[in-house]
Ligand binder design. Structure first.
Ligand SMILES: [Zn+2]
Length: 384
């Protein structure tokens, strides 16, 4: 199986006796309650999803990532992982290098310990420009960044307890997905990034990937971080994929697992980051369709594929053009395999599918599997 990125899987999860001891001592700690996005990052750092990173980035590392797309040790890395101190956090101003801070969730539960190594001013606007190519506050991640604290802490993280999963089942760690791949005898696994229930264009590129000679299995790895209005509920995405796997895929070649991180809509840089994360979960191949991790019109839809030529992260990108059902071909196709005009293509865009579901318009199986459509037609599938 492919090695973790940087060669070693980070594991900074406290053992049970250690956890009990640290929690008893933690009464005196300065506690801050960061936004859920930062708690997701703290958890992912500690379980090795962001290996070789084992803590939040300091000023020098942030500068290196922004200016070169690499960590100071020259390993490609595209996304900054800072810890902006939540504005207004009590006692935060007194925290200095060498202190330990408790990161708590919205209910006050201690999630992680942050060993502060550095305290520095965060140039949020410069970081937004370097990462997302824009400082337009209409970009969702830029808005988050500009609204974050202007001081950041760097430092290693110890995980006290896992966050509650928004799913009805556990979220495996990189070590656990790797163990499961091994149990299944999969050596080369392809990772599939998604944010939505599957329609046929998604299924098509998953199938093309499963047909590859260098792929033993597929990890469907939906990102379900903080949700916004109009997002499908995580359990619905899971159930829809369950239906697809159960009714159509050989179950011994496909596995699904949630990934609770904030979706960074950074186009190419986000795609590269998501591939690095999947490598840590054990994926040697990574599926990159058109406009992965894009939002609005900020990114060239194929820049997310080209970045894999500029930065070698040891993962084989499986790159696909936009695919669709062509009525003339009577098949799923892309511009590489079909010469028919746009008018012959069944519209499979997520927005059109949502519209049809909302208005009760029948959806042909060329667009959505009936078993999936049945789930998506239920009331309350989206966050309102
Ligand atoms: Zn055609």
């Amino acid at each position: 199986m492919i090695e973790p990125y940087g060669g070693r899987l980070v594991h900074r999860v406290l053992s049970e006796p250690e956890r009990a001891r640290r929690e008893a001592e933690a009464q005196d700690l300065i506690r801050v309650a960061p936004p859920i996005d930062q708690l997701y990052d703290a958890e992912k750092l500690a379980i090795g999803a962001y290996s070789p990173l084992d803590g939040f980035m300091g000023a020098e590392m942030l500068r290196s990532v922004a200016e070169t797309g690499r960590l100071p040790n020259s390993l490609p890395w595209s996304m900054p992982i800072p810890f902006p101190v939540p504005p207004g956090a009590a006692n935060a101003a007194s925290v200095k290098a060498g202190d330990e801070v408790g990161l708590v969730d919205s209910q006050g539960r201690l999630i992680a310990l942050l060993h502060v190594e550095e305290r520095f001013a965060l140039d949020r606007k410069a970081l937004a420009l370097a990462t997302y190519g824009t400082d337009d506050p209409k970009h969702p991640n830029v808005a988050d960044l500009l609204g974050a604290g202007e001081v950041a802490w760097s430092g290693r993280v110890d995980l006290v307890r896992r966050l509650e999963s928004p799913w009805d089942r556990a979220e495996p760690t990189p070590a656990e997905t790797r163990a499961e791949f091994e149990r299944r005898g999969w050596k080369r696994v392809a990772g599939y990034q998604c944010r939505n229930p599957p329609h046929t264009a998604h299924e098509y590129i998953q199938r093309l990937t499963l047909e590859r000679e260098d792929v033993d299995g597929l990890l469907i790895h939906p990102v379900v971080g903080r949700l916004k209005k109009g997002d499908y509920k995580p359990a619905v995405i899971l159930e829809a994929y369950d239906a697809l796997v159960r009714h159509y895929y050989p179950s011994d070649r496909v596995m699904m697992s949630p990934l609770t991180i904030t979706m960074r809509y950074g186009g190419p840089k986000a795609a590269l980051f998501l591939a690095i994360v999947r490598r840590n979960y054990g994926c040697a191949v990574y599926i990159v369709g058109r406009d992965q991790a894009g939002v609005g019109k900020y990114y060239d839809p194929y820049a997310c594929q080209r970045i894999f030529d500029a930065f070698d992260i040891g993962v084989t990108p499986a790159r696909y053009d936009e695919s669709f059902f062509c009525r003339r071909c009577g098949w799923m196709a892309s511009g590489k395999t079909c010469n028919h005009p746009l008018s012959d293509r069944a519209e499979t865009s997520q927005s059109r599918v949502r519209e049809a579901l909302a208005t009760g318009t029948p959806l042909p199986p060329e667009i959505l599997r009936p078993e999936v459509a049945e789930i998506l037609r239920r009331p309350d599938v989206m966050l309102t």
